[in-house]
Design a protein around this ligand. Structure first.
Ligand code: BEZ
Length: 211
């Protein structure tokens, strides 16, 4: 059965451009993102890896380690890394796993045989400090991911892990959030001292609590 939200994500040891990595140990007490790429020396992946390298500081601010995976061997990745720098201006500054025997890809269900027998799809797994899966999204090989959206989801996940809130449609960091339905109005007065407004009894907005 495929990995589902709330499952502890599979641990593994694999080679990467930064040496051997044990995934759970590498994440430590923080958050993690594991994202897959179909193959080395491919155009869309090149733009994605350059962009994640550019955004590394944003992931660091969110106590989140990013780990890429491409099914080619690490020796091949090492040649690609200089192309990524040439093409995007960004030096790879996070580990890129090699997975020539598809060990990690199979553990995480990153190969969708009806799309391709050999290449991974573009998967994104966000893992919480408890090593549980908080989000999974899957894109086809032909569509580059939007890493601003990944940061936005991470902000929402981290906020709802800390406060009894959820985030509304198209929410962005700094905007009002929704008080969880399980919180009574009475409790909401205490938990959210900035106040709240009720649009419906079940739809109550409050300013983002950590701002
Ligand atoms: C790419 O990264 O550009 C790509 C990889 C596999 C299939 C199509 C595009």
């Amino acid at each position: 059965m495929s990995l589902q939200l709330g499952d502890v994500v599979p641990d593994f040891t694999a080679e990467s451009t930064d040496g051997t990595i044990n995934f759970h140990d590498y994440l430590g007490d923080g958050w993690g993102i594991l994202f897959s790429h179909p193959r080395d020396f491919t155009p869309v992946c090149t733009t994605e890896l350059g962009e994640v390298a550019r955004l590394k500081g944003e992931f660091d601010k969110r106590n989140t380690k990013v780990v890429g995976l491409s099914v080619d061997p690490v020796d091949s990745h090492k040649g690609w890394v200089s192309d990524i720098k040439d093409a995007t201006g960004n030096e790879l500054n996070f580990p890129l796993l090699g997975d020539p025997d598809h060990k990690v890809a199979d553990l995480y269900g990153m190969i969708h045989p009806n799309a391709s027998d050999t290449m991974t799809v573009r998967s994104v797994f966000i893992v919480g400090p408890d090593k549980k899966l908080k989000l999974e999204i899957t894109y086809p090989a032909s569509t580059g991911r939007n890493f601003q959206e990944i940061l936005r989801v991470l902000d929402s996940l981290q906020l709802s892990a800390q406060y009894s809130v959820a985030t509304p449609v198209n929410w962005k960091d700094g905007e009002d959030v929704i008080i969880a339905p399980a919180v009574s109005d009475e409790d909401a007065k205490e938990k959210f001292p900035k106040g709240f407004r009720s649009v419906k009894p079940y739809l109550r907005y409050t300013p983002q609590p950590n701002r």
